[in-house]
Design a protein around this ligand. Sequence first.
Ligand code: FUB
Length: 444
Amino acid sequence: MNQPKLPVEAIRSAGVNPVITSIFTADPSAHAWEDGRLYIYASHDMDPARGCDLMDRYHVFSTEDMVNWIDEGEILRSDDVAWGRPEGGFMWAPDCAYKNGTYYFYYPHPSGSNWNDSWKIGVATSKEPAKGFVDQGYIEGLGGFAMIDPCVFVDDDGRAYMYYGGGGVCAGGELADDMMSMKGELVPMNEIEDFHEAAWVFKRNGLYYLTYADNLEGNNRMHYAVSDKPLGPWTYKGIFLAPTGCSTTHGSVAEYKGKWYLFYHNQAISGEGNLRSVCIDEIAFEEDGSIRVVEQTTSGLRSAGDLSAPHPNPDRYYAVDGVTEGGAGLKQSRSGITYVGGLDQEGSSIRFDRVDGADGGRAAIYVHYATGERLAKLRLFVNSKDHSLLNLPSTGGEDAFEGIAALTVPLKPGQTNEIRLAGGSGAASIDYVIVVPFGRPENA
Ligand code: FUB
């Protein structure tokens, strides 16, 4: 297994919703792959948002127990797309498929400045599920006005089908063996009701399910239809996800370790419709295959199988080892913890400039923090490159060092690297940062 173990501070024995908290993620497409892990391919709401215009930098997340997640890092951004819209952004809801040793990452992206008229379905490929993706261009014959949200379903006989759509139109068709071109004509999914976007197809007990988001103003729900064939005709069945409180809804359904789950998003962390967060809840079926309306929980899931084993001794960089700037400075908590505070001031930061890059080329960074704010934020720079604003939800008090914010970033292998956390959005205190490089034998 390639994924490094999580530090003990990040191990959960039961889930919470949303499950991905450190950055804003939406549109989760979940798949259990042959390595035994479950992967979420999500889109990334860049913070601060400007509608969905600036969305970019897809991250992948994986788990072996459904409650402990590892950010696998960024796999593709609009700068990597040679044929894409010159202004970038608009990297919307993706999906991934596996066939004959290759992972195919499908994503909607406009090819022109007139974004909603120029959607294409791009394909990037890799031999690994969560790194090394290289863009291969787009699928000829697909796209156009509002045609977004690709979903690829590979049937038991190895035949693969693409579904996508938007603006009230949903269509699907068989992919050719190369997984990058269509084999036949697209079939319109005319039998389904109130289709808006977010098509997803899965199969259970020989029955094909097509799920999608509807048009309810400002509060989309998820509906489904069933068929005994992958391209329909479909029998409309009704709503199985009520409004989540977010203006968009987007979901995927997958089985893992004997249970079925719905992966979706809401806006519980931010309160903003364009800064969304991935959630997971169990999905239950009636005897006849109908889907029960999903209970949206804040408590999340119980673990599936054994809990992930924690890392025995990851690299820790303490506040006293860092270099502070601006208004940031070292302080002592009432319980004797030395931490860096003052990070709420614009221009303040703490820097660790001797971080071991190991040899895997990427590392999971865990920021151990306390904050009494509802949601503080820190910007993470690695080797001077801005990686993201990190969300630091409340730990219940400025002395309660129980928070972990995590992001996986590239590190220069075999060299020392610099990590800097810059403040300016809410008061957060940091006592240490943990770095777990991928690919270092003792981390596996
Ligand atoms: O995230 C951008 C767009 O919002 C997706 O492509 C839609 O499904 C909706 O979630």
